[in-house]
Design a protein around this ligand. Structure first.
Ligand code: ADP
Ligand code: TRP
Length: 325
């Protein structure tokens, strides 16, 4: 099955990105035909510092490689290295009702926060639809916040096919219920844009500071704590198996637990979990050319796939005027 997803290089990647998307992608590469990309055109909607965008794009690639994406198994590349995606975006824009984009939660949330929207932000889901449809993605692993965007891609593909014939593959979102929304250290959704993340590869001190500032309630030490309402419990659970999670639940329910102790344990757990990946990251940071070569050869493979779909799309829409039907 063709599994495909992308991640924005809009800041340092965090454990919400890892558990909801990156870890699952890395698992999928073993038994599926995986396309994995860094969506730098999308990041233009929020990052206006060119140097920062270029740096974040490279770092996101290094992060993914360090965490285990294997370019021999997966097609791994940067979105803008296959510029056909912008051509398809324009073509799909003509099958995208304005109302569909106006109903997008992510767009509405940004407006509610007072951002004055530009056309890029408004048409963000059309570019994302192009990412998915250009490579005939069937299954799209994402966090819950991206479900609606994948559904928009479906709607656009169905509309296009109704007009031009059965050309585009209809995608499905793939969400892991256990990690649908990872909370940030302040209890809101963890997000690069809210400054509430635990970064995967930040210096040890910074990770410790973030973990120690996870919000907790003011239940006194000698009373039971409620694990189901605890951000600390939710974040810690990501690193635990079922038995361990059950044990932690019992500790919350037993008077005497100190949140500070649990935070220290969690910090240790996070450092241990990512330790081998940190080592690999050092390697890639010292072999930058190897990373660029890997991305370029990934883009070549991706372009081959894109050419197949674009040929059909250009023929069906009449953009290819040389083929008069
Ligand atoms: P961010 O909101 O931090 O900028 P992105 O929008 O780049 O993250 O998301 C990259 C991937 O990680 C997407 O699949 C998204 O659904 C997932 N994701 C991001 N934040 C979370 C979260 N807090 N919980 C679950 N999934 C998340
Ligand atoms: N919008 C997604 C996010 O913010 C990133 C993305 C862009 C994407 N294109 C995609 C995800 C295609 C899956 C498939 O997380």
């Amino acid at each position: 099955m063709r599994v495909l997803s992308g991640i924005q290089p809009s800041g340092s990647l965090h454990i919400g990105n890892y558990f909801a998307m990156m870890k699952r992608m890395i698992e999928y590469q073993n038994n599926n035909d995986l396309f994995c990309f860094i969506v730098n055109y999308h990041a233009l909607t929020t990052v206006t510092d060119g140097k920062a965008l270029a740096g974040n794009t490279f770092n996101a690639a290094v992060d993914f490689l360090s965490l285990g994406i294997n370019p021999d198994k997966a097609v791994f590349f940067v979105q803008s290295d296959v510029p056909e995606v912008t051509e398809l975006t324009w073509i799909l824009a003509n099958q995208t009702p304005v109302g569909l984009l106006q109903r997008a939660h992510s767009y509405k949330d940004k407006i509610a926060k007072g951002i004055s929207p530009n056309h890029g932000l408004f048409s963000y889901p059309v570019l994302m639809a192009a990412d998915i449809l250009l490579y005939s993605g069937e299954k799209v692993p994402v966090g819950k916040d991206q479900k609606q965007h994948v559904e928009i891609a479906r709607d656009i593909a169905i509309k296009f096919n109704n007009i031009y014939g059965d050309i585009l593959v209809i995608p499905e979102p793939d969400i892991d219920k256990n990690v649908a929304t990872v909370p940030g250290i302040d209890g809101q959704k963890m997000s690069k844009s809210y400054n509430n993340t635990i970064k995967i590869f930040a210096p040890e001190k910074e990770i410790k500071k973030a973990v120690m500032s996870i919000v907790t309630d003011s239940t006194p030490v000698d009373q039971q704590k409620n694990p189901d309402k605890s951000v600390l419990f939710k974040i810690y659970s990501l690193f635990l198996n079922n038995d361990e999670r059950g044990e932690l639940r019992n500790r919350f329910l037993t008077p005497g637990l100190r949140y500070g102790d649990v935070k220290k344990e969690l910090f240790g757990r996070i450092m241990d979990y990512f330790a081998p990946f940190r080592e690999r990251r050092e390697y890639y940071m010292n072999h930058r050319e190897e990373v660029i070569d890997t991305l370029e050869s990934g883009a070549k493979k991706a372009k081959k796939e894109a050419d197949i779909v674009m040929e059909k799309v250009r023929n069906a829409t009449g953009i290819n005027y040389r083929k008069v039907r």
